[in-house]
Design a protein around this ligand. Structure first.
Ligand SMILES: NC(=O)c1ccc[n+]([C@@H]2O[C@H](COP(=O)([O-])OP(=O)(O)OC[C@H]3O[C@@H](n4cnc5c(N)ncnc54)[C@H](OP(=O)(O)O)[C@@H]3O)[C@@H](O)[C@H]2O)c1
Length: 365
């Protein structure tokens, strides 16, 4: 049976406290320093993923790299990369033929290139399938909200990143206006120029307060450790796909805005009747992140290769991984928002609130 590994890490010190309750009583900085002394280790066995096309099963394991989001984003890459490489090695020793990089382990340094070069098993970030599922979810949600893509304004938050860049390339051919939200204007302009002739009119923005309220569709793919999107940023009826982990969209949006549709991007149901991840990510049984699913999918297909690496992913590969996923029976999970499944009633209520806000605005104006 083919086997894959997937590297995860504590999102914050609160994750340490769940496993080691004493951490709750220690200063966060001390918990992180102690965590740094720990070695990467296996924490869960993935069972039951079975191809609908071939009937073959694949097994997997999670390996935890003991660095938090803050450490992986703020510490020098030379300090963090060896720990991720160690985690990939542990997965290899446990039989993994391909290893995926989860959350910020795929972001640190050059997005997997150095890690892959120093590792025996093949390495992928899983970002191509993440792009495919985020776009598919956004398109479906737009349809449900009655958003007309050819006349819509799309905003990509974190557009210069690995996921953001390909999302921008795809959306540029589908919408009327595309706003690339970046931190570095020069790199943003370079990205806009690299898109060439597109259907959309493309612009670059560094100011969130200016850019986000224009969005009919908002793709959140930044690697920020803090939430960037707040209730004041969204217009009624906006469709927001939050792919970022940790999330870009503040939970206050769930409390204060009943007239926007916020989706968790990149959540997938792999094939198999009894899929068990052996680790709780806050999903109902049988669901996993798209980056994990890409790794499982490549293992299932016997493709032990660096499918997604670096910050210049190939657009053609989005269609390729989507076709492979459909072949083996991986599907987009139903809509989820702030860790719960959205029902048809939820969607109806959002549409009603949007209609009410728009009616009030037109009367007021
Ligand atoms: N749901 C899933 O299955 C899944 C799978 C893979 C990844 N992800 C998540 O997706 C996100 C993006 O991943 P990626 O691989 O594309 O990362 P990436 O290549 O590092 O790109 C991140 C982007 O975010 C921007 N950014 C970083 N910190 C920021 C901040 N504080 N404020 C504003 N912008 C900031 C970067 O701007 P600069 O260019 O200026 O640095 C860059 O454009 C991450 O949160 C990751 O965990 C989710």
């Amino acid at each position: 049976m083919n086997r894959f590994g997937f590297v995860i890490h504590p999102i914050s010190v609160a994750d340490y406290a769940r496993k080691y309750p004493i951490a709750r009583f220690l200063p966060p900085g001390l918990v992180e320093r102690l965590g740094r002394l720990k070695s990467p280790m296996p924490v869960g066995e993935i069972r039951g993923i079975r191809s609908e096309a071939t009937g073959e099963e694949v097994s997997g394991l999670f390996v935890v790299c003991p660095l938090t989001t803050r450490q992986l984003t703020e510490d020098p890459a030379e300090r963090s990369l060896p720990r991720v490489i160690e985690a990939v090695r542990v997965a290899g020793e446990e039989g993994a033929q391909i290893v995926g990089l989860g959350a910020m382990t795929a972001v640190v340094g050059d997005a997997g290139v150095t890690i892959a070069g120093a590792s025996e098993p093949a390495v992928t970030t899983g970002n191509t399938y993440t792009v495919a599922t985020a776009l598919e979810g956004t398109r479906r949600a737009a349809e449900l909200m009655g958003t007309d893509l050819p006349t819509a304004t799309a905003v990509v938050l974190g557009a210069t990143g690995s996921i953001g860049r390909v999302c921008a390339q795809e959306l540029a051919d589908e919408v009327a206006r595309l706003i690339l939200v970046v931190r570095d204007r020069e790199r943003g302009e370079a990205l806009a120029a690299s898109l060439g002739e597109t259907r959309a009119q493309v612009s670059v923005e560094t100011d969130l307060d200016h850019a986000l309220p224009a969005a009919d569709l908002l793709l959140c793919v930044s690697a920020s450790a803090e939430a960037l999107v707040h209730p004041r940023h969204l217009k009624p009826g906006a469709v927001v796909c939050d792919v970022a982990r940790p999330r870009d969209v503040s939970v206050s949006v769930a409390r204060e805005r009943d007239d926007v549709l916020v989706l968790e991007g990149g959540v997938v149901r792999p094939p198999g009747e009894h899929v068990d991840l052996g680790f709780n990510f806050g999903f109902p049984p049988g669901l996993m992140y798209a980056c994990m699913a890409e790794t499982a999918l490549l293992a299932l297909d016997g493709r032990f290769e660096p499918f997604s690496l670096g910050r210049d992913l190939q657009r053609e590969r989005v269609a390729e991984i989507s076709a492979l996923a459909a072949h083996h029976g991986f599907r987009l999970a139903g809509f989820r928002s702030f860790e719960r499944a959205l029902t048809d009633d939820d969607l109806t209520h959002i549409r009603e609130h949007v209609a009410a806000r728009r009616a009030a605005a037109s009367q007021g104006g």
